[in-house]
Design a protein around this ligand. Structure first.
Ligand code: MSP
Length: 624
């Protein structure tokens, strides 16, 4: 029987629209869920929404809605975002659902029967944005120590949970299970908090009614954090489907943000200890994202909408960026410059280029097949070793939720494959008519791509599918061995994986389609700054048979242009030519080299003809 794996995200408050912080946890959890499925686990991946409490009640009021109307409307924002981001959750729990309300009440009763709930009066501070109680001495400058906002003095009848009783058992559990709270810095934080002594906590409210009624005393509603935490049980079947619950509980990992660690690493385990239920195996608290160096906040107006980022850069680019940019557990900074950098270098230049290039070689020299491993190849053997090492590194990193390390390990394989193609120079093997070696080199390159795509599939599912539409291989964790590709499969080249690559000169040239009857205006045409330029230097780009780095004189300045004309011209014959360039294109990176313009040429990729002025023309003159 397959081993089970249960992973959760926090359930998000419905008082606000989802932002990049919410997307972060959910994407991270999705990557683990997909990875575990790939490895043959029976995965249960749960997310959902936290819909009760004062904060949601207030938000609804401001909008002139009933709380449930508000929740019904807002929950769709989360659902549609998860769909857009390809989140593969198995269930979505809303705390207003009957299955949750019943389950939460049942946990309350278990704890009550244990003698761990008693009535009293709560008199101290409450922070509604954080939905948390604070004793006077913990306030900082009379504000909430967590979020810095105003707190309210409340005095109301309340039930209390005997958390103090579980101080020692919890401490023991944390000490015995070093991986229970991760990363280690967070574990230490919790240990020192517990060492100061655990107090009993208030777990019901009487001053409003938007919540789950306390069993047998509906004057009280269950404290929203007690209610919310039990979603991890009710979402996997407690109490409506105990078979499912027994199969999946305890959770293998709860993913949360660092701000809600105390609820998950102190309150939650003590509730479970009291209810006599096993504790989750791990609570992993990730860091927070700032935006261009600033805290994300509605008042600053810098809240990043993941929908927009996905529309602008692509879903997979967002998924990759968030997990590659910062180690899970540390804070990170979100900026468009950073995301563009990753897109250009790691994705377009490294991965996109590898796939496009090998597909091109196969099309040109092997009749669009994957080739055969026909001869021994020492560099091929070391590529294989790199692949094996990289895969082992990814497994280890994924077990520690170290996404950044996993992606770094994977990119070692991508770089090794790019180097392999550059060093083995299949185009030369083709000229030499060494078909065995050529076939072997292409086969090995495809094998490296296949293994990359397989290990990438949890992170970038759409990209993997794009690769699979070109190379037919199975998504199956059992085929993670070198050689699992099969022989001489037919492949089908399509567009580069990432939009950036389309900016490569050769792709744009003359091939850009406009809709037949639309046309562009003369103003639009004039936006392109076409000028005469003289080539003063030309050099082949290392590792590419198609790209030549040109230095051109445009009259008053020199520009560096990387042009895809290497199959039609050699560098010496280019020097001194006067050509036409598009001089105001945004700079782009091609194979890591900045290109500051584009040369005009026409013809098939290997029979290109540069467009040159028909009579004498001075560098810098405008082409009209
Ligand atoms: N409803 C509670 C969770 C209950 S779980 C039983 C809650 N909801 S929330 O919508 O306010 O926050 C959800 C998550 O978003 C938290 O894990 C929080 O850490 C995370 N983030 C909020 N802002 C964030 C960033 N700027 N960066 C990263 N994560 C952030 O808390």
């Amino acid at each position: 029987m397959a081993k089970k794996f249960y992973i959760t995200t926090p359930i998000y408050y419905v008082n606000d629209v989802p932002h990049i912080g919410h997307a972060y946890t959910t994407i991270a959890a999705d990557v683990i869920a997909r990875y575990k499925r790939l490895m043959g686990f029976d995965v249960f991946f749960l997310t959902g929404t936290d819909e009760h409490g004062k904060k949601v009640e207030r938000a609804a009021e401001t909008q002139g809605e009933k709380p449930i109307q508000h929740a019904d409307r807002m929950v769709e924002r989360f659902r549609s975002l998860w769909k857009k981001l390809n989140i593969s959750n198995n269930d979505f729990i809303r705390t207003t659902e009957q299955r949750h309300r019943a389950g939460a009440a049942s946990i309350w009763n278990n704890i009550l029967e244990k003698g761990d709930i008693y009535p009293g009066t709560y008199e101290d501070w409450y922070c509604t944005p954080c939905e948390s109680y604070w004793p006077d001495k913990e306030l900082i400058n009379d504000k909430c120590p967590q979020c810095g906002r105003n707190v309210e003095k409340i005095k109301e009848e309340s039930y209390f949970f005997r958390m103090s009783k579980y101080e020692k058992p919890l401490m023991k559990h944390i000490e015995k299970n070093p991986d229970f709270i991760m990363p280690a810095s967070r574990r230490n934080e919790i240990l020192s908090f517990i060492r100061q002594g655990l107090r009993d906590i208030s777990i019901s409210r009487t001053s409003f009614s938007w919540g789950i009624p306390v069993p047998d005393n509906p004057k009280h509603v269950i404290y929203v954090w007690f209610d919310a935490l039990t979603n991890y049980l009710t979402g996997c079947g407690y109490t409506e489907d105990m078979d499912r619950f027994n199969k999946f509980w305890p959770a293998d990992v709860h993913f949360i943000g660092k701000d809600i660690l105390r609820f998950h690493a102190v309150y939650w385990p003590t509730f479970l200890l009291s209810a006599g239920l096993p504790l989750p195996k791990r609570v992993f608290a990730h860091g927070w994202w700032t935006v261009e160096g600033q805290k994300m906040s509605k008042s600053i107006g810098n809240v990043v909408d993941p929908n927009k980022v996905a529309d602008e850069y692509g879903v997979d680019v967002l998924r990759y960026f968030l997990l590659r940019e910062v180690p899970f557990g540390l804070d990170g900074d979100f900026s468009e410059t950073a995301i563009k950098g990753r897109l250009t270098s790691d994705l377009a230049n490294d991965l996109g280029n590898l796939v496009h290039r090998v597909m091109g070689l196969s099309e040109r020299f092997l009749n669009s097949t994957t080739g055969l491993p026909q001869s021994t190849d020492s560099k091929g053997a070391s590529l294989r070793e790199t692949a094996e090492k990289s895969i082992a590194g990814i497994h280890k990193a994924m077990d520690e939720q170290a996404f950044q390390n996993a992606l770094t390990a994977l990119w070692e394989l991508v770089s090794a494959a790019n180097r392999y193609v550059a060093e083995r120079e299949p185009w030369k093997l083709a000229k030499e008519k060494t078909s065995d070696r050529l076939s072997t080199v292409i086969y090995n390159s495809f094998e490296a791509i296949r293994l990359t795509a397989l290990m990438l599939s949890p992170f970038m599912p759409e990209t993997t599918e794009k690769i699979r539409s070109q190379i037919p291989f199975a998504i199956d964790g059992k085929t993670l061995e070198w050689g699992g590709l099969g022989h001489e499969l037919a492949v089908k080249k399509s567009a580069p994986l990432f939009a950036k690559l389309e900016k490569e000169p050769i792709e744009i040239k003359g091939e850009k389609e406009t809709k037949k009857d639309e046309g562009i205006s003369i103003e639009e045409f004039r936006k392109i700054d076409l000028r005469i330029a003289e080539i003063i230097d030309a050099q082949n780009v290392k590792g590419s048979d198609k790209l030549i780095k040109l230095i051109v004189d445009t009259g008053n300045e020199k520009k560096q242009i990387v042009a895809g004309i290497g199959k039609s011209y050699t560098p010496p014959e280019l020097i001194g030519k006067r050509i036409i360039i598009a001089a105001n294109l945004k700079p782009a990176l091609l194979m890591g080299i900045e290109s500051q313009g584009m040369v005009l040429a026409s013809g098939e990729p290997d029979k290109l003809s540069l467009i040159v002025p028909e009579k004498e023309a001075v560098p810098g003159s405008k082409v009209k």
